[in-house]
Design a protein around this ligand. Structure first.
Ligand SMILES: *Cc1c(COP(=O)(O)O)cnc(C)c1O
Length: 375
């Protein structure tokens, strides 16, 4: 019997605990003292998670993660600035698209989706091009599941005196990111990925001195992080209708994150999920796109089997009927699909998912699991 709620083995939305869902069973007013206090708690815990309480401020924002990324880029990069976006997947490309729509001068450096951003190449580009003011990168590129070397990149970017913007949406809370080790001007993340809250808000951790200089930069009224921050400073309130239930769920999710052992504990569970998933799928005969050392324990890209009886839509529906939702591939380099290891799931559910995969393949009559071109 599939569970009442499907297991979301995707890059988001993700499975949340019953207690996180239960935290939304009441209404708060936006000026309610308790609600104002809850906001403060959430922000201070998020700053602590990145070791950034002394240097950065936390600015929460309504909307999905992309809204926060757009707000960070629009608020931090001034109109006369120049943004260099490091692209090795769809989320890097999205940052370049956002900056383009805003009319900021934007350049990209690009790598294939199965290769991490090359820090040395970025360093020599910055040596040559002195007009760049900001560099943007994705921490875990959810397109493939690859981990980018943000710490080494941060050293190079700060050695050039530039500001680094990190989209850590699919890593924050599960993979370490400490402001003392990785110097960043801003990190963007959201409530519903590794933090296991519900979707509906994001947040940015921004260097206080950086943000102080950002007044008037933004192209947008509602996505202006400087004004959003000043709003909180003035009266502890959101400028526009706050996502009250989402915030309450996030506070509960942060309690559960701490109880699990914080970033280390969460990262370990996802690491176990990841090993169980890859071991199980490889045992069936699947191959991963990435070698293990490049793969973050967040979401795994599997290469589609060459067997002509394999059809992703049928595969998806078969798994869905058994209570597991997976995600199509988003790659240009290979035909693939993705299975996530994040959200409120453990090795037992991953084991069941692998069994369901085997059953669906059987149903489809797929026997040859090697991808096209594999020996
Ligand atoms: C999920 C995600 C986002 C935000 O996506 P939304 O659909 O807007 O929540 C941004 N960047 C990365 C790397 C992500 O994984």
């Amino acid at each position: 019997m599939p569970p009442a709620d499907p297991y979301l083995l995707t890059p988001g939305p993700l499975r949340t605990s019953a207690t996180v869902k239960a935290a939304m069973q009441r209404d708060w007013g936006s000026r309610d003292e308790r609600f104002v206090a809850m906001n403060k708690q959430v922000c201070s815990r998020l700053l602590d998670m990145a070791g950034a309480a002394a240097t950065h401020v936390c600015v929460p924002l309504q909307g999905s993660g992309t809204f926060t990324v757009e707000a960070v880029l629009g608020t931090l990069v001034p109109r006369e600035g120049k943004l260099l976006v490091l692209v090795n997947g769809a989320y890097g490309r999205r940052m370049a698209d956002i900056a383009g729509v805003m009319g900021r001068r934007t350049e990209t450096m690009e790598w294939p989706e199965d290769r991490p951003v090359d820090v040395a190449e970025v360093g020599s580009r910055l040596d040559r091009d002195r007009s760049v003011t900001h560099v943007a990168v994705v921490h875990c590129e959810t397109t493939s599941g690859i981990l980018n070397p943000v710490r080494d990149l941060a050293s190079v970017v700060s050695a050039h005196g530039l500001a680094l913007i990190i989209d850590s949406m699919s890593a924050f809370g599960a993979l370490p990111l400490d402001s003392a080790e990785t110097q960043f001007a801003a990190v963007a993340a959201s409530a519903n990925k590794c933090l296991e809250g519900v979707p509906g808000m994001g947040f940015a951790l921004v260097g206080a001195e950086v943000l102080e200089k950002c007044r008037g930069n933004s192209h947008s009224l509602s996505l202006d992080l400087y004004e959003q921050w000043k709003g909180f400073e003035r009266n502890g309130q959101w400028r526009f209708t706050p996502p009250t239930h989402v915030l309450a769920a996030l506070l509960q999710a942060l309690d559960e994150h701490a109880a699990e052992g914080g970033v280390a504990g969460r990262g370990e569970r996802y690491g176990r999920n990841h090993r169980a998933l890859v071991d199980g799928m490889e045992r069936l005969g699947f191959r991963c796109l990435l070698p293990r050392h490049l793969q973050a324990p967040i979401i795994v890209t599997f290469l589609a089997p060459a067997d002509e009886r394999f059809d992703f839509s049928q595969f998806y529906l078969g798994l869905s009927a058994r209570g597991f939702l997976i995600y199509p591939g988003k790659l240009t380099v290979a035909d693939s699909f993705r299975i996530g290891c994040i959200g409120r799931i453990g090795e037992a559910e991953i084991g069941e998912a692998v069994e369901a995969v085997a059953a669906v393949l059987d149903e489809m009559g797929v026997t040859e699991l090697a991808p096209a071109g594999a020996a």
